[in-house]
Design a protein around this ligand. Sequence first.
Ligand SMILES: [Zn+2]
Length: 287
Amino acid sequence: MPELPEVEALKDFLVDHLVGREIVRVLPVAISVLKTYDPPLTALEGREVTAVHRHGKFLDLRTAEGPHFVTHLARAGWLHWKDRLPDGPPRPGKGPLAMRVALETGAGFDLTEAGTQKRLAVYVVRDPAEVPGVARLGPDPLADDFDEARFAGLLAGERRQLKGALRDQSLLAGVGNAYSDEILHAAKMSPFKLASALTPQETRRLYEALRTTLTEAVERSHGVDAGRLKSEKKSGLRVHGRTGEPCPVCGDTVREVSFSDSSLQYCPTCQTGGKPLADRRMSKFLK
Ligand SMILES: [Zn+2]
């Protein structure tokens, strides 16, 4: 899933490729991706893209005196840029193509989604705040005014475990399953530690890990072509998705805890005093 750094890089890519261009056609191929009906998709046609913004993991294309095109790529969605779109209309069917946006230049992009769980979403709205997921977003952790005091304030009353808190979009915008693993590894903290139990020193360490991890990932992704962002993200991860591989910091074996629809990875030596965490698939029977 693209998270803050990848969506930020996609945003920069789209600023270069879309701003000042006119949208001539928006073709919904998988109709279920469109979550709004007023204004219609056709309200985007004939409009120039004037700006591209990121809100958490959402991309927001603003058009001249027209609606915004807001998309959330979700777990298996992606944006594919094409300097030259195919001539014929796309055929609805079983392929991953969900929506095509064509420009007056003949270039454009496809939104695709792999797999059977369809979560990719497109909203055509007058104001991005009309998108419920955007309206709910917490502060952006890379914003200039997101300082340590602000972060400490967010965690203060937070009785959840760090892993769940960090990836909650209403607490913090843009961090998902992968970067929450990376941030906790960099901070040398257990994913199951309670957020409200951090000492001021631990809060500082987590804040620094949050900013450094995301800033480095944004720098790595910057200028990378849209098509190569996914592999670029994977190559930069130290523990996420690396179960069984050696930790790049200490050499211990990266371990995993599985949940019904996701998993987390961590290094026991760096994060949990050498002790493996209980696997939730087992402990759910103990509730
Ligand atoms: Zn380690």
